[in-house]
Design a protein around this ligand. Structure first.
Ligand SMILES: Cc1cc2nc3c(=O)[nH]c(=O)nc-3n(C[C@H](O)[C@H](O)[C@H](O)COP(=O)(O)OP(=O)(O)OC[C@H]3O[C@@H](n4cnc5c(N)ncnc54)[C@H](O)[C@@H]3O)c2cc1C
Length: 469
């Protein structure tokens, strides 16, 4: 294979929201930038899938909500619009083989369980307020929260099975993982980073699932890539990164050493640059071959930051039939394997689209099944939740992110016990001329599209501070 060689001031690895935001910001600051992307498309963990009639469904990230200022501003800047998530009507909650309807965020449980969930959510908010999102790894006083999983905390703080089930569903919905997987400190970091309230993170109206982007969120990346033009190189998986140690501080990196301390080697393309932004999920960044190898804190971090496991499924019907029955299309099932559903119809309301998530263990069990088998188990659930009409969609589209070569899981990375305090410092600190971006590295709305965008801008600013011109 012939290999093209490019010299650039800065190379960005990954054309998701973080990489493209970094490149856009660098360009705005007058820095020459080259973006190298493995796939033949931009957008990374956002992905539009056409479903006919000019409509799409989003197989990756889709919702935006209040407090997500970076993504909302970018949507406006790029001439895109949002519309409210379809959520009028009653929600469905299924547990122990019984489906009941309710309104609001928290399903109707027996009063004791409901009280337990309410108290647990308040406690979590109070604890989250103590986490320093900039550098939780310095908070040795929080070591006991990093030493236990969310599951052990939930067992102490919720005694009734129904309350425990609801807390499990909340963890699955936010991290696509099980409460046993996630460090309590990680959960608290995330809650704080997202504004301080787990309940808001689960809400549609006024919460993290408030609105969607007309035409789909992948348009955000496509429009940024169009602005960057020839600077974006698609279809070149990066395999290795050779870099030279910098003398002096990070800010001096671009000034002090020779012209090309970084060489990024991709299939068919080599880019030499004065600095790099690696805008990949940490678990994916850890699979690149670094020469010299990363400091142990960085290498240890990328070994420990696990990607969640989710299968995002869409059943597409000629019309949103559930609305006629007064249902919102939103359902939560403790019986599974589908944990949560939403009405994901386009702004026109037609066709009718039910979105169903398999998360955590349910996704782990379903990812390697044949596609028809996955479809069958999802439709069986939708029938229990919405009746027999759910059995016959016109189309069914899903994506199992754990077997996506360039994501290795979703929604994003989380830390198990013991990792924040020991390896957290490796998350964002530049290593010589290498700077890290990506949703996981954000301090505000970490793990969300909003965090991905702000992380790219932060990495660009770190680098531009050192440009000698
Ligand atoms: C199913 C699902 C639902 C979600 N729902 C929401 C939601 O509703 N709201 C929300 O805010 N967020 C949501 N998210 C999370 C959100 O999509 C991500 O946080 C965000 O898109 C991450 O952007 P990023 O740029 O940090 O990473 P990515 O999008 O992962 O970008 C990394 C890029 O690097 C590329 N790459 C990987 N390896 C290499 C390599 N070796 N060489 C070159 N390029 C490489 C990838 O192809 C990709 O383009 C969801 C994610 C998923 C998957």
């Amino acid at each position: 294979m012939s290999v093209e060689s490019i010299e650039s001031e800065v190379v960005v690895v990954g054309a998701g929201l973080a990489g493209l935001s970094a490149a856009r910001e660098l360009k705005r600051l007058g820095v020459d930038v080259t973006v190298v992307e493995a796939r033949d498309r931009v957008g990374g963990r956002t992905l539009n899938e056409p479903i006919g009639g000019g409509e799409i469904v989003e197989l990756g990230g889709q919702w935006v909500g209040p407090g997500q200022d970076h993504v909302l501003a970018l949507i406006r800047e790029l001439g895109l619009e949002t519309f409210p998530t379809w959520c009028e009507g009653r929600n469905v909650f299924e547990r122990g083989g019984k489906a009941r309807t309710y309104s609001g965020t928290i399903p109707k449980l027996n009063p004791v369980s409901l009280a337990e969930v309410g108290v647990a959510l308040k406690r979590l908010e109070r604890m989250a307020a103590k986490v320093d999102v900039e550098q939780p790894w310095t908070q040795t006083e929080l070591a006991r929260w990093d030493a236990e999983t969310f599951a052990t905390w939930a067992r102490r703080n919720a005694k009734t099975p129904a309350a425990r089930d609801l807390l499990r569903l909340a963890i699955q919905a936010v991290w696509a993982a099980e409460p046993e997987d996630v460090s309590l400190l990680h959960a608290l970091f995330y809650v704080r980073s997202s504004g301080g309230s787990l309940e808001k993170m689960l809400d549609a109206e006024g919460g993290a699932q408030d609105s969607r982007v007309v035409g789909g969120t992948q348009l955000i990346s496509e429009r940024m890539a169009a602005e960057l033009g020839d600077a974006v190189h698609l279809g070149h998986p990066v395999r290795s990164v050779r870099w030279r140690q910098m003398p002096g501080d990070v800010g001096e990196a671009l000034v002090e050493v020779g012209p090309h301390p970084v060489t990024v080697e991709a299939d068919g393309l080599t880019v030499s640059a004065r600095a790099a932004v690696i805008a990949l999920p940490p678990a994916v960044a850890g699979r690149l071959d670094y020469d010299p190898i990363m400091p142990s804190v960085r290498d240890g971090l990328t070994q420990r930051m696990v990607q969640g496991t989710v299968v995002k499924c869409h059943a597409i019907y000629s019309e949103p039939f559930w609305r006629a029955e007064g249902l919102s299309g939103q359902a939560t099932s403790a019986d599974g394997p589908v944990s949560v559903t939403f009405d994901n119809s386009p702004p026109s309301g037609s066709p009718g689209v039910l979105l169903a998530f398999l998360e955590g263990n349910a996704a782990r069990n379903a990812t390697d099944l044949p596609a028809e088998e996955r479809q069958r188990i999802v439709l069986d659930c939708l029938v229990r939740l919405f009746g027999s009409r759910a059995a016959q969609p016109e189309h069914f589209v899903d994506k199992a992110w754990a077997v996506d070569e360039f994501a290795r899981g979703c929604y994003g990375g989380y830390l198990p016990t013991g990792a924040w305090l020991t390896y957290g410092a490796g998350l964002r600190a530049p290593v010589g001329p290498l700077h890290w971006a990506g949703a996981e590295t954000a301090t505000v709305n970490a793990g969300y599209m909003d965090g991905a965008i702000s992380s790219g801008i932060r990495a660009a600013t770190e680098i531009a501070g050192g440009v000698d011109r």
